[in-house]
Ligand binder design. Structure first.
Ligand code: CAA
Length: 289
């Protein structure tokens, strides 16, 4: 992985969870100086642990040397003080959990402290970029940068243009994403954008098929994995993404479009209520060690 053709940037990534730590790792892998921000040092330590584990896998596969891996890791600083971190940022990528009010609070702070020409991106998977941008005094600089999990491996960045995002911000964000070795797809700012507007109904339909007893979970996954040449069946993918995330996104689609075709399968919701969140909780459609 070489230094990017757009120069090295001061990048602030907010949220050290799965998406945030993957985004931080990816920017650092391409030579950028990253500050990973979260509310607690414990969350940051967990995020840095995940980055180390992912880098170790690249070393084991001989895609990186130990020295390169250490250099990448060394480019990531951690910080619990968002105001201090964002003061010199050229790009901020917010990747906290999917709560609109939490995201808006963060963007209010960013508007106060980030340099005027800084791009303010959100990794939201379904919340309106236009509404997030509206709490700032510079909505033209706000954009969606939706990375896919696992971020270091997945080729796509879905870029979402809010109602007020200007052409310069869009062009710069596309260039930054491409310099990370990613391919960009641009979507308009409507619920679920493109990725989740199309992915979530497929997963929901797989859940309904199981709920209605049409096939076993294994058969549903086998049919879709081998029949459509998908890397994972939809129920395995649901466990990978997190069933709580899926229910949240389906609710955003249902409310945003007011269309019953996005109605969440009751079994999915009940599983979440029971704490069956997928891989991260040890059980979803399948059980994990
Ligand atoms: N870091 C580094 N390497 C990793 C990694 C990580 N985080 N995760 C997996 N790998 C590597 C493994 O080491 C392995 O390498 P080798 O093949 O060289 O040994 C390789 O990736 C394959 O991993 P596994 O054998 O563990 O499993 P797999 O073959 O099933 O691949 C996968 C894993 C890449 C995740 C693949 O299954 C896949 O592409 N699945 C679909 C993922 C997907 O659809 N993601 C989008 C989810 S939706 C989303 O993110 C957005 C949203 O808003 C909900």
């Amino acid at each position: 992985m070489s230094a990017s053709s757009i120069g090295t940037l001061n990048v602030v990534v907010i949220g050290a969870g799965t998406m945030g730590n993957g985004i931080a790792q990816t920017f650092a892998s391409f030579g950028h100086a990253v500050q990973l921000v979260d509310v607690s040092q414990a969350a940051l330590d967990r995020g840095m642990g995940a980055i180390r584990k992912s880098l170790d896998r690249f070393v084991k596969k001989e895609k990186l040397s130990q020295e390169q891996s250490d250099e990448i890791f060394g480019r990531i600083q951690t910080n619990t003080d968002l105001k201090a971190a964002a003061g010199t940022a050229e790009l901020v990528v917010e990747a906290v959990f999917e709560q609109e009010e939490v995201k808006k609070d963060i963007f209010r702070v960013l508007d106060e402290v980030a340099p005027k020409d800084c791009i303010l991106a959100s990794n939201t998977s379904s919340i309106s970029i236009t509404r997030i941008a509206a709490v700032t005094s510079r909505p033209e600089k706000v954009i969606g940068m939706h990375f896919m999990n696992p971020v270091p491996l997945m080729k796509l960045v879905e870029i979402i243009r809010g109602e007020c995002t200007d052409e310069a911000t869009l062009e710069r964000t596309v260039a930054i994403s491409e310099a990370l070795g990613k391919t960009v797809g641009v979507a308009g700012d409507y619920p679920g954008f493109i990725a989740n507007r199309i992915l979530m109904p497929m997963i929901n339909e797989a859940a309904f098929s199981l709920f209605e007893g049409i096939a076993t979970k294994e058969d549903i996954d086998t049919i879709m994995k081998l029949g459509m040449n998908h890397p994972m069946g939809p129920l395995t993918l649901a466990d990978f993404i997190g069933l709580d995330v899926i229910v949240e996104i389906l609710d955003v689609l249902y409310e945003g479009f007011g269309d019953p075709k996005f109605r969440c399968c009751p079994m999915l919701r009940r599983m979440v209520e029971a704490g069956k969140l997928g891989r991260k909780s040890g059980e979803g459609f399948y059980k994990y060690n």
